[in-house]
Write a protein that binds this ligand. Structure first.
Ligand code: HEC
Ligand code: HEC
Ligand code: HEC
Ligand code: HEC
Length: 472
């Protein structure tokens, strides 16, 4: 990254000044920052993003978040950091980033975090054990073990800062993808679990009740309208970025988008009777004006270097196994693509192509060669999918299924890349997709869908499946 050197010295100077200021304060009794309120700093759906995006204006990154928290903590005596969940990476390939995220969240003093689909992507035990060893309490009031209904994590917890007692609980949407945890966990009814958690929290002395939501915006708001007693909703699980807190019945909801580009800040004041008087909430963008905290920047760099080295070594090993000779064109897998094409990935992730592999595993057909070809990427081609062991890297109809082998990328940059109808037709055949026409189907795969696009009518494959018959 060009220009990171001057930035580093700049912020080191600032840190020194902050440190001197803190020392001077310590000498003056009573000078410990503003104590009249509690400041809650929130994140949601960070998706394993350790560094700022490669966007026109780079946003996010742990090193900026650390600086932001440092500065809030110098100004205010009572600060609480919470995360609504969704902080694990969004792909199977970036698994290594999961424990790193947890360790750094702990270092930034995260008092509790919610549980989203990303946290379950690598299995229940993985999330539970890594959170435990990092020391980040995970809370979810409605995620329970199947079949006995015992809580999968803590349902709720009270966290304290400067005498403020904050009750925190988490909720996950019942439609959330539970990944490999789907056989051992289930999400119960959010309303009744929320009611139970809030009652328990108030009984335990909570003065402020915070919901760490993985319900998305609409579901979260309707819950906060029906269930009384929530003061702050930290929105997550697919929410937009809104500059200020939104009033939802008796609560204030904060929406910080995703990928850690924004943090939420809620300033909570209590009455003399220790009830919530008001909540002033807003989101703040972590743009280049927020300097990197040097210590965090160094740890992120060390981590990313080692992860990249692992990925390269693995790709090289796989390439050597699959392609005789170094320069043969081959599939590379989408973990590569999404580093640079975030908007395309975000759209793709929501499309049926992103669950084509799950469709097979649900039918227990993941090892049936007659099924696999069209539900994965590059089946039996160089670098492409061969066995179910490749699912994490090449399962689903990924970017390269339509755009071609990633090793040809140079050519696409120079000459553009248009997906021909014949490419779709390799999978959308007369048998598998009798209703396919380019005119009807293509708008649904465009990464910027046309305005007013209506859902396709139910496909024959879906209908047959619903009727309990073989889809093709
Ligand atoms: C290092 C960043 C980077 C990576 C990694 C990357 N791309 Fe690109 N890609 C670009 C840039 C830059 C362009 C050219 C500018 C543009 O069209 O956005 C481009 C262009 C493209 C285009 C052509 C767009 C057009 O103009 O028709 C496609 C399709 C594409 N990339 C797909 C992929 C796929 C699939 C992968 C993974 C195999 C991938 N990219 C990996 C940066 C990247
Ligand atoms: C590698 C095979 C493959 C290729 C190439 C492919 N698709 Fe698909 N497509 C699938 C599979 C498999 C599904 C079903 C996914 C699921 O739900 O499990 C699907 C589903 C869809 C759907 C959703 C249909 C519905 O009923 O909602 C659309 C739309 C679609 N494809 C359009 C396209 C278009 C347009 C192209 C070419 C630009 C294309 N696909 C290329 C395999 C492919
Ligand atoms: C020649 C490519 C191809 C093969 C082989 C194939 N599929 Fe599909 N499959 C598709 C396409 C394309 C769709 C999407 C059809 C549409 O929406 O029009 C699809 C859709 C489905 C769906 C419906 C998913 C949904 O929710 O919409 C199921 C289930 C499914 N396939 C299972 C299978 C099974 C099981 C096999 C093996 C017996 C198999 N497929 C083999 C291409 C294929
Ligand atoms: C089902 C097929 C399909 C899949 C899968 C797919 N794309 Fe595309 N992509 C298209 C189509 C269609 C276009 C529009 C251009 C065209 O007509 O070929 C496009 C356009 C693009 C462009 C040009 C700029 C833009 O956003 O329109 C980029 C870059 C790109 N795709 C990257 C990706 C990446 C990265 C992935 C994987 C995350 C991906 N695509 C997955 C079909 C697909």
């Amino acid at each position: 990254m060009a220009g990171s050197e001057p930035k580093r010295t700049g912020s080191a100077g600032r840190m020194l000044r902050l440190a001197l200021f803190a020392c001077a304060c310590a000498l003056l009794a009573g000078c410990g920052g503003d104590r009249s309120s509690l400041v809650i700093v929130t994140t949601n759906d960070v998706g394993g993003k350790t560094s700022p995006c490669g966007c026109h204006t780079p946003k996010g990154g742990l090193a900026r978040k650390a600086t932001f928290l440092d500065s809030v903590r110098t100004k205010h005596a009572n600060v609480l950091a919470l995360d609504a969940g969704g902080f694990f990476p969004a792909t199977d390939d970036e698994r290594e980033a999961a424990p790193f995220m947890l360790a750094e969240m702990a270092r930034m003093g995260t008092a509790a975090a919610g549980v989203g689909a990303n946290e379950l992507r690598y299995g229940y035990a993985f999330a539970r054990e890594h959170a435990r060893s990092a020391g980040v309490p995970l809370v979810s009031a409605n995620l329970v073990k199947y079949p006995d209904g015992q809580p999968a994590f803590e349902g709720w917890r009270i966290v304290e800062s400067g005498g403020y007692k904050v009750g925190v609980f988490g909720l996950l949407s019942r439609t959330a993808e539970l990944g490999p945890a789907r056989d051992s966990l289930r999400a119960d009814d959010p309303d009744s679990c929320a009611t139970t958690a809030i009652a328990a929290l108030r009984k335990a002395g909570a003065e402020i009740v915070v919901l760490l939501s993985q319900l998305g915006k609409a579901e979260g708001e309707s819950l906060a309208t029906r269930v009384k007693g929530i003061d702050l909703v930290v929105g997550g699980g697919g929410v937009p970025v809104l500059p200020s807190g939104q009033k939802v019945a008796g609560a204030i909801a904060l929406y910080g988008g995703n990928q850690g580009w924004h943090v939420g800040v809620a300033d909570v004041r209590l009455t003399k009777e220790r009830r919530v008087l008001d909540v002033a909430a807003k989101t703040v963008v972590l743009d280049p004006a927020v300097r990197n905290q040097p210590a965090m920047e160094a740890r992120v760099k060390a981590f990313e270097d080692s992860m990249n080295a692992h990925l390269q070594a693995r790709d090289a090993a796989m390439g050597a196994g699959v392609t005789p000779g170094a320069n043969v064109a081959h599939y590379v897998g989408m973990s590569n693509c999404i580093k640079c094409h975030v908007p395309e990935f975000e759209q793709w992730k929501q499309s049926p192509h992103a669950k084509a592999w799950a469709t097979l595993t649900e039918q227990h057909k993941e090892s049936t060669p007659a099924c696999v070809g069209c539900h994965v990427t590059g089946y039996r081609e160089p670098g492409g999918f061969r066995t179910a062991d490749d699912a994490a890297r090449l399962g689903n109809v990924q970017c390269e299924s339509c755009h071609g082998m990633g090793t040809d990328h140079r050519k696409w940059v120079d000459e553009g890349n248009t997906v021909a109808e014949a490419t779709c037709r390799k999978c959308h055949t007369e048998t598998t997709s009798p209703t396919f026409t380019m005119a009807a189907y293509r708008p649904h795969v465009l990464h910027t869908p046309p305005a007013g696009l209506k859902p396709l009518p139910e496909s024959p494959a879906k209908r047959l499946m619903r009727e309990g018959k073989a889809p093709h």
